[in-house]
Every structure is written in C-alpha cells, then in structure tokens.
Design a protein around this ligand. Structure first.
Ligand code: NAD
Length: 352
C-alpha cells in the first residue's frame, strides 16, 4: 500500500543525446547570459575551450583550476575572477569537480549555470554542494545550487578513461541505492532509482569491453541522469556520510571511495530496509551488496580503502567522524559496527 509522500520537481532544462552539445550556443542565448565564466579542471582545459568556441565573445574568461571536493579557497579565487570579468553566468565542462565549482559560484552570486556533463557523478542535477574547509567536508542544499541547463552528450564521454568511467558509474549507483531507502522517497524517485541502477549495471561491463561503444556510453549517461536526479530529490544516508568523511577528511578520491564503500554500506543497511531494497535484487541479483562487490572487482575497480592509500591507523578516526552528525539512516549508525564496516572495506573483504 502506498504511504504518504511529497513530490517536488526541480526546474532544470535537460538536453540529451549524441551530438547535442552542438546546441550549446543557442541554449545559452535562451538562458540569457551575456558573459560567462567557463570553468573546468586543468586536465579538461582544451576540451572545455573547444566546446565553448561557438560562444565566442560570450566567454569572458576560463578558470581551469576546479579541484575535487570544492575547497573554499579555490572557490574564492574563481569568485574573484568572476567579478573581475563582470560575468553574469557560469558554464562548467566536466564532471562533479567542475560542476561543484560552478555551483559554489552560483551560491555566492545567484548567477545562472549551464553544464556540459562528462562523467556519471550526477552532481549537475542536484541542488547540493559538498565543499571542504579546514579538512572537513560539509554539504549545503539550496535551490540556487541547481544548474539551469544541463547538456548530456555521450560523444563527450567516449574518452572518459575506463577506470574513471567505472568508479563514476558506481558513484551513480550509490545515489540510486540510497534513494531506495531515503525517508523522503516517493514512488517516482524509487522508479528512477531502480531504472538508473539497472541501466548503469548493464552499461558498465559493455563499456569495459569496449570504451568507445556509443550505445553503452549513452545508456550510462542516461543512468547517470536518473541517479543524479534522485540524489537531488531525496536525502542521503550512511553511504554518502562515509564517503564524505573519507573524501573530505582523508583526501581519498571521490568516485573510488564510493566504489569501495557502496557494497559495505548496502550490506549494513539491508536488514533494516528489506522491503525497500527487494526490487534491487531483480536488477542486481539475489545479494545486491555482494553482486556490486563482485562487479567492481571483475571490472578492475578498487575494492579496498588500502588500495586508495588510506592508512590502517586512520580507521578509528574515520569511524568516529562518520558517526558524528549522522545523516538519517534506516539502521542506527553505531560506532562499533561502523568501525567493523570500515575495517572490512579497508582490507577489501566481501561485504558482511
Ligand atoms: P571529476 O569531475 O573530478 O573528474 C575525474 C577526472 O576525470 C578529472 O581529472 C577530470 O578532469 C577527468 N575527466 C572528466 N571528464 C572527462 C572526460 N570526458 N574525458 C577525460 N577525462 C575527464 O570526477 P567526478 O567523480 O565526476 O566528480 C567528483 C566531485 O563531484 C567530488 O568533489 C564530489 O564531491 C562531487 N559530487 C557532487 C555531487 C553533488 O550532488 N553535490 C554528486 C556527485 C559528485
């Protein structure tokens, strides 16, 4: 029987499909921005410039120093540039790192945001920003953070390196898994989460077999959109808290941490969310936590925190930080079992 729910759709324009990036200039015109600050990571500098070329004089400047986990000092430098060049909008090219910087600029200036998304992290469709200051990652949720325009062009993901493709795909699946047991879920978010997880789990092995397979890349980007959208629609739980702790306080790479932690966080919560997670078994197999661990291993993705460079001696501090200011979660978040979870994840063991 359906329970009560609230359902709010977020006002963003999404354009999807191979070659869709060719519509960028016309879409920016409709958005009404005259002077854009283009933002990207240093590695995507040239590709960002190439994509923005048709915008010509509308690009006021290019800030190519976006940094993972959105450190506030990088945001301050980008804001200074935004004001210096009298920009009225921001255009991000890249994954969650470039998107995070665009959002942080929009939060401070109220400017409009256009995104050309090139990974599967899903940040471009959420009104959420994770940023780091003094070694702590905190999360802000604010309607000003939601990008106004998102272009998903699978052609631009063909060169996303395979390891990043796989871990970024796991990041998306993690959004879907947590959406299934989110306290504020609704029937639409659950449908999108299941379809997103199913499509990503199907696409990743095909991408691993042939990274230039456009239909597989297209399905992965479709899944990323669905999974990101549900992350934007409902709250996060234990899995995201663990990843924010490990990324923000221990400097571990975002998508890789999601890949390692997801099977363990899912196993932790499964006994407390049996009905909510039951449909996931149809998409992932009888034991979704173990199936995800196996999938990561088979696709050559990291399965241990040790492999990501975390010191074993940091497990205790991580357990303490992750059990402070916890996010709502189906199973009580207790330090002992969380320490055990982290120890298993550090070793690369199967989920409990
Ligand atoms: P990323 O944006 O850091 O990209 C990973 C690497 O791949 C970078 O070096 C980038 O330059 C490169 N890259 C990106 N696209 C490429 C392409 N098409 N071809 C070749 N190289 C490419 O990785 P990510 O996982 O997308 O983003 C991680 C960040 O996003 C973290 O800071 C995380 O906190 C944030 N995030 C936020 C949300 C949210 O809703 N707020 C959701 C997910 C992730």
């Amino acid at each position: 029987m359906l329970d009560r729910f609230a359902y709010t759709t977020l006002p963003a324009r999404i354009l999807f499909g191979p070659g869709i990036a060719a519509h960028l200039a016309g879409e920016i015109e409709t958005l009404g921005c005259r002077r854009l600050l283009l933002v990207s990571t240093p590695g995507q500098r040239d590709k960002a410039q190439a994509i923005a070329e048709p915008l010509e004089s509308r690009i006021a400047s290019h800030f190519a120093h976006a940094t993972m986990h959105t450190p506030v000092e990088v945001t301050e430098a980008a804001l200074a540039e935004f004001r210096d060049v009298d920009a009225d909008g921001v255009l991000a090219y890249g994954g969650g790192t470039a998107v995070g910087l665009a959002k942080a600029i929009a939060l401070h200036t109220g400017c409009r945001q256009a995104i050309v998304a090139t990974t599967y992290a899903g940040s471009e469709v959420t009104p959420v920003l994770g940023q780091t200051a003094a070694g702590m990652k905190t999360t802000v949720r604010d309607p000003r953070l939601l990008p106004d325009l998102v272009l998903y062009d699978p052609d631009l993901t063909l060169d996303l390196p395979l390891p990043t493709s796989i871990t970024s795909g796991f990041n998306a699946i993690a959004h879907a898994v947590e959406a299934l047991y989110a306290p504020d879920r609704n029937p639409v978010s659950s449908l999108m989460a299941l379809e997103g997880a199913r499509a990503m789990v199907e696409a990743l092995p095909r991408i691993a077999a042939d990274p230039l397979h456009l239909p597989a890349r297209t399905n992965a980007l479709y899944a990323a959109w669905l999974c990101g959208t549900v992350l934007g629609a409902v709250g996060m739980s234990l899995h995201h808290k663990l990843c924010h702790t490990l990324g923000g306080s221990f400097g571990l790479p975002h998508a890789e941490v999601h890949t390692v932690i997801l099977p363990h966080a899912l196993a932790y919560n499964t006994p407390a969310a049996v009905a909510e997670l039951a449909p996931l078994a149809q998409a992932l197999g009888d034991d979704p936590a173990r199936a995800l661990h196996r999938l990561a291993r088979d696709l050559g993705a990291p399965t241990s925190l040790a492999a990501l460079g975390m010191a074993e001696s940091d497990i205790d501090r991580a357990a303490t930080l992750a059990t402070q200011n916890t996010y709502p979660n189906p199973r009580p978040v207790e330090r002992g079992p969380i320490r055990d979870l982290l120890a298993r994840a550090w070793q690369g063991e199967q989920p409990a």
